[in-house]
Write a protein that binds this ligand. Sequence first.
Ligand code: SF4
Length: 510
Amino acid sequence: MDARYTLIDGLKRLLGDEQGTLFKQAPLKVALCYPSPYHVGMSSLGFQTIYRLIHQHPGASAERSFLPDDVDAWKKARLPPLTIETQSPVSAFDVLAFSVAYELEVTGLFTMLELCGLPVLREERGPDAPLIVAGGPITFSNPEPLEPFIDVLVQGEAEELVPILLEAAREGGGREAIRARLKDVPGFRCPGLSQEGTRFLVSKAGDAMLPARTQVITPHTELRSMFLIEPERGCSRGCHYCVMRRTTNGGMRTVPPEAVLGLIPDHARRVGLVGAAVTDHPRITELIQTLADSGREVGISSLRADRLTPQLVAALKAAGAKVLTVASDGASQRMRELVDRKHSEQQLIHAAQLAREYELERLKVYNLVGLPLETDADIDELVRFTTELSKILKVVLGVAPFAAKRNTPLDGSPFAGISVIEDRLERLRKGLRGKAEVRPTSARWAWVEYMLAQCGPEGGLAAWDAHQAGGAFSAWKRAFAERGCVPFVARRTVDGRRKATEWPTVGAQS
Ligand code: SF4
């Protein structure tokens, strides 16, 4: 069978398995692009929300496109990225709008533009090229590495910015004319045109726009056939490493359970409650119990150990939970206090006891290593404590190396070092052998993420160099060096405009 036919047929099969797909003819055509594969992108509530919002505009329509699972197969077949809805080439659309969740997805964006046959660098694209827009979670921390490639950045919560963007694009006149219309509009940033002061000014959607929710249900996502809805947005806590902390867009906003329930379609049998701090919703137990009573399965994105009660765990169990997942985010109590993560060993032990009492299969605990001031003694405390937890219930320990993000109190903290992190992960693995499963993410790629999170446009250019050189870790290392990339804090310190970062004192409030 012709390779092209097979690839296009794969898209048609994805489309055939969807519920809720939108079709529309309109003068302005937007290709909503996700720089990771379909099964990842379709789990993004923000992506799904923007899809619906574009369709609500009378003059615009949206079709979705994703980074292919097998990029080489698409290259070999000389196929450009196509949309799911009509299998049309993305490059024929007026606007390509990318949703970027985190730093390393920038290479997915490069690949999609290359497959389109479009120059990746903004300044190499001609006046008739489609408008390239980017938004998404990354704009809450550091979108600067995207600047060399993007015509318009949509910063922060995009719900109220979408109609403005669509109106500006509908007026036409080419990319530069559209950029000129948006360059001074709050929430937008047009690299090379907008004032410096518009960097990091993120937008906040009005309460009437909440809650975000799934438009298209598909079995082909990590959250198989799950209808996602957001009973709360933002967080009222202040963990020092977190971009979604209370200072971002004014803390947590909640949606009453009645409103959430009224938006869940009858055919949705699996419901995911999504948000930065869902268990901080004051009526979360009631919401989960009501969903369980209606025969639905419920998944929840963020459980806080200090919010778990017997009623809440019982409701989760009734709604089909098999695993209790909590974040510890500090190898020791000293580290948790350093990052203002407000829970104790006792609360984590209580979580494990509740999970056992309600016959869940295991406890999954997320942790960070490589925080400032961390030593081997903190890792030893984690080994000791995880061993205690594992006597209560089977434990899986997810471990991510700490990479400081802009716009957080730990912004500018140095990366602990690849070898330091690898040594600590080894210490952890050794200490927990036979007691708990340790699932770490890569120290090397965490360093790349750190560099992108802490650098400006030159970090993006280094990413482009590394991508062109094959994308291996050595290519990234070389590219950062050749582009002279220096994390922000070091640069400011050298410039003498800001003194060296002082780590927050233990237990400090922000
Ligand atoms: S880590 Fe979680 S609890 Fe802490 S500020 Fe971020 S969203 Fe809130």
